[in-house]
Each structure stands twice: as C-alpha cells, then as structure tokens.
Design a protein around this ligand. Structure first.
Ligand SMILES: NC(=O)c1ccc[n+]([C@@H]2O[C@H](COP(=O)([O-])OP(=O)(O)OC[C@H]3O[C@@H](n4cnc5c(N)ncnc54)[C@H](O)[C@@H]3O)[C@@H](O)[C@H]2O)c1
Length: 276
C-alpha cells in the first residue's frame, strides 16, 4: 500500500491550528459522557497531521494566535518545507483572498480543501434564538465555508487540479439542531456543479468528538432544554466519542484516489449512534 498517497498534493484546512495534542490512545474513545479535560484535542490539527503523514503539503489557517504559535512549534518544525500557517479569520473576505494568494504563491496550487473551522450553537429552539448568535453561527458554519469553496473551486479549475473538498458537518443536522445542517446543501451543490469538472465534494457527518468546541459555552451557558433533548438521542448504554485520528483518516481517504467514486455524499461517522 502506498504510504504517501498524497505526495505532491496540497491540502488547505480551516481551523487547523488547534490541538493541544495531549490526548493519549486510551483517551481517544471514551464510553462516558463525562468530559476529560486532559483528553481534549482538535479535529483540524489531526487532519493536517494526517495529510502530512501521507505526504501532502498543508496550508493551515486559524484565527487563534496562541494555537498558531503552538502548531508552528510542534508541527511545522518537523515539516518546515510542507507547512504554511496563516492567521486568517475565514469570515473576512479580504483575509480569504490573501490566504488563497499566499497558498498559490507557496505551493503553486491547491488540490484539497477541508472546511473544519466551525462552532456549536447553544441548542436553542427557534422561539428563543438570539439574532446575534444566529448570525455568528451562520457566518462561520455556512457563509465562510461557502466563500472558501468559491475560491477553492476557481483555483482548482485554473490549475486543472483533480480537486476534492470535504466539509466537516455534524450528525446534529439529522437531529433538529441548526449547527451544521446547511453544510449538506453546500456539499451537494458543489458536487453537482463541479463533479463533471473533476472536483468532488463530500461531507462527513461527525458524531461527538472530544475537542474544545464546548469551551465558549462554559461562559455563556447552554440551553438546558435543548441539551436534554439532544441527550435523549444518545444510546442508553452510554455515549462514545469518535476518535479524531479516524475522522482525519476518513478525510484523507475521501480526498485520494480510493475515494474517487464518492461525490455529493453526506457520510455518517458516529459509530452508529444515529442508526437507531
Ligand atoms: N466536537 C464535536 O463533537 C463535533 C461534532 C460534529 C461536528 N463537529 C464539527 O467539527 C468541526 C471542528 O470542530 P472542533 O470540534 O474541532 O471545534 P474546536 O472549537 O475545538 O476547533 C475549531 C477551530 O476553528 C478555529 N476557528 C474558529 N473560528 C474561526 C475563524 N473565524 N476563522 C478561522 N478559524 C477559526 C478555532 O480557533 C479552532 O482551532 C466544526 O465544524 C464542528 O462543527 C464537531
């Protein structure tokens, strides 16, 4: 089996600097719903590291300066020629333009894009939604990946790249929570229009992962009625987190030749939680 199937490819991953890298193999799957703060990791970074292991260059963008410094220290140092790390707010159009220009200048083209930066909503029902929260969720979880996709497909077409875009969505979309739901429309739209031109687009409907996504709500709180409804969807024998490393491998699989027959799919990766 080819150990470096993505050699000479370049992957751009949003929200990818994050990652304290402190989780251990035994922490990766927890059957308890209790969060272990020592076990937190970041999906975006796990994806970037997987691409590097498989031979690709990575363009890593993130809004968080502290995490960027940590990524440069722990990951870029080991792959100096293969990483471009940019502080970018993906909700800022001008910042997106500079990011794509810089990526093209550095690596010549982009073959893959992974829209991973995102946030959780507060599990609010429509009648209690705050406009400001709605606007933040839509700006980061829908408008930004759409604008990233717009630039990505145009750059891929310019260089005649056999491109692949993976959107990290959530099984929450199947369960009546707004965060992530709109990704499915973006995924299928991109797949239908650009598939015939050599660019595939798929979504991974991820289950619960031990990341820092809950952090902002430690201060603002969460809608407890919504939380209770969500918890009812968990299996009675306990909630299993899915492993970041395996989601990362699914992403690189979908991007490569092995995934070439998959286009427009919303691929559930939740260990079977939503199957019943
Ligand atoms: N954690 C889960 O249980 C879960 C489940 C299903 C889907 N997801 C999805 O997975 C994706 C990754 O989430 P995560 O759990 O790693 O979250 P996270 O909060 O741990 O990481 C998100 C990363 O995105 C960055 N980011 C935030 N806003 C940004 C912006 N405007 N511009 C650039 N970067 C920005 C953050 O700094 C951080 O590094 C999200 O799209 C999320 O909806 C997460």
């Amino acid at each position: 089996m080819d150990q470096v199937p993505h050699k000479q490819k370049t992957a751009l991953i949003t929200g990818a600097a994050g990652g304290l890298g402190v989780y251990t193999a035994s922490d990766r799957v927890s059957t308890s719903s209790v969060h272990n703060p020592e076990a937190y990791g970041y999906l975006g970074r796990a994806i970037a590291e997987q691409f590097l292991l498989e031979g690709a260059n990575v363009v890593v963008c993130d809004i968080n300066q502290e995490l960027i410094a940590d990524f440069k220290d722990k990951v870029s140092a080991a792959y100096p020629e293969c990483t471009l790390v940019l502080k970018t707010d993906i909700t800022d159009e001008a910042a997106l333009d500079s990011m794509f220009e810089e990526a093209e200048k550095t690596f010549g083209k982009i073959d893959y894009v992974v829209n991973s930066a995102g946030m959780m909503d507060r599990f609010d029902p429509a009648g209690e939604l705050e406009r400001a929260m709605w606007d933040r969720v839509i700006a980061l979880n829908l408008t930004a990946p759409t604008m990233v996709t717009k630039r990505a497909v145009n750059l891929m077409l310019k260089h005649e790249a056999k491109g692949s875009i993976v959107n990290i969505a959530s099984v929450a979309a199947f369960r009546g929570f707004c965060s992530g739901a709109a990704y499915t429309g973006l995924t299928k739209n991109t797949a239908v229009f650009y598939g015939p031109k050599g660019i595939r687009c798929n979504a991974i409907m991820a289950g619960g992962m031990q990341t820092n996504i809950f952090k902002p709500f430690m201060e603002t709180g969460i809608n407890m009625e919504g939380m209770a409804i969500m918890q009812k969807t968990f299996p009675q024998d306990g909630f299993a987190y899915i492993e970041l490393e395996k989601v990362a491998k699914l992403v690189t699989y979908l991007c490569g030749d092995s995934g070439s027959i998959v286009n427009g799919a919303c691929w559930t990766a939740d260990g079977g939680v939503t199957a019943n």
